[in-house]
Design a binder for this molecule. Sequence first.
Ligand code: PRE
Length: 381
Amino acid sequence: MSTDHPRQAAAADEPRNTAATPASPELQALRERIDGIDREIQALITERAQFAGQVGRAKGELAAAIDYYRPEREAQVLRRVVDRNEGPLDDGALVRLFREIMSACLAQQEPLKIGFLGPEGTHSQQAVYKHFGHSIHGLPLVSLEEVFGEVESGAADFGVVPVENSTQGTIQSTLDMFLTSRVRICGEVEMRVHQHLLSRGGRIEDIERVYSHPQSFAQCKAWLRQYLPDAEKIPVASNAEAARRARNADDAAAIAGISAATVYGLKNVAGPIEDRPDNTTRFLVLGRELFPPSGNDRTSLLVFIKDQPGALHHVLAPFARHGLSMNRIESRPGHTGRWQYAFFIDVGGHANEDAMRRALDELAEFAQEVRVLGSYPVAIV
Ligand SMILES: O=C(O)C(=O)C[C@]1(C(=O)O)C=C[C@@H](O)C=C1
């Protein structure tokens, strides 16, 4: 040990004073209150889990965890949590806690199997946890095609895929999957996405190469231009793959979520580095069936029409006539014939509700095909 700075050395070796000081009577009394509340919370969570088990048994002899899952009921429970909240915890924190309780209650039967665009440490994995809680079995998959395929075949109960970003717009490759796949949409997740520059050495001046997914490069364009204008930008399939490559050299870095730093043993060089502070990604939850209304739902449609005068008007008019608000419309070449177009449409409401039924009937008279991709609860916080 150096003798030059004895005071510093002593400070580093000894426990901090505050830890050694006995708690004041006031602190002790407050902790006893917290201990008492924790006992009550635990007893109530245990009681809740017993009732959830009974609800499960009341559903009858069902084959697997997926048969017990009720997204519309979960959305109603979480909306009530938000409505009741008067602080000091924010809505997001309370929703997370209740989500985890329901996740654990459901996993008493058997954990759900959820496919996502892997590997571990991607924003998609965080979206899985945000929507289903941690009491699930996550399946990291290598491509969007595989996520759709595993859901379709039943190897995964549900899948989570990114569909749009507030900075970058629609992820066309995800939408295009619905042209050929028969999976349904049974939920949506909105997530604030923060990007970080991660590297093994942790020094920005050493960085000569940056790996990331093209979407993440696009979200950090201005920052990269300012701080790493000369570094080579190498696009890869996912941010986690970027992190995996960056751990092999000191002159390489990855743009990825901060959780990739822990998974891949990298240092946070800078972040958040996304150009827009409200950078948000919307994910879709893929499943195989349609669920009942939750009271605040969105319906996603795929409508095939021939290219003819007034086509767009015919697509829009039925929704306006029945007072339904359209959140999004996106047109794509339909792949099924020349001059045919596919519209991806998101409308407020559930396909089992009267107004939507009537609008869909009117649309069906004009369109070549109307596919309800799903009706699902609007994302909660
Ligand atoms: O209400 C139900 O149907 C339940 O199974 C209970 C419960 C819950 O914990 O509240 C658990 C899982 C379902 O996905 C929805 C809700």
